[in-house]
Write a protein that binds this ligand. Structure first.
Ligand code: THU
Length: 131
């Protein structure tokens, strides 16, 4: 099964009674294993979590901290862009050139990278004093 198909499949499990916007994400760890996540909303809206965050949590819980590929899918007019917070979360575990495939349930896709999604990212180097 392709990474996008895994994202499409897990999207069916999304819990989105408030936005009615279901999102599925799948990430491939460096080991080759695939981790899936869907958005999980909450009546206290800010407590909801994104699909990408769920997939990352599954990867880390399985003992992996490096991702090599990402796929995200939603029923949107165009390939769904990860929110700002998810871009930072993906950047934590991927590289600037890590491929990210954004897709719609209608079949549109956009191939991009973590670096394109989050140029000038904050990383641990910014916490090192030089003087
Ligand atoms: N959402 C995601 O799961 N991932 C994204 O990249 C964008 C937004 C979710 C959060 C919320 O449950 C719904 O989509 C509407 O914002």
């Amino acid at each position: 099964m392709s990474l996008l198909d895994a994202a499409r499949e897990v999207r069916d499990s999304a819990y989105a009674p408030y936005s009615h916007f279901k999102v599925g994400a799948a990430i491939r760890g460096a080991s080759g294993a695939v981790y899936r996540g869907c958005n999980v909303e909450n009546v206290a809206y800010p407590e909801g979590t994104c699909a990408e965050a769920g997939a990352i949590a599954a990867m880390v819980a399985a003992g992996e901290t490096e991702l090599v590929e990402v796929a995200v899918i939603a029923d949107s007019p165009g390939p769904v862009p990860p929110c700002g917070g998810c871009r930072q979360k993906l950047a934590e575990f991927g590289r600037a050139d890590t491929p990210v495939l954004l897709a719609t349930t209608g079949g549109a896709t956009l191939a991009t990278t973590i670096g394109e999604l989050l140029p000038g990212r904050f990383d641990s180097g910014h916490m090192s004093k030089t003087s």
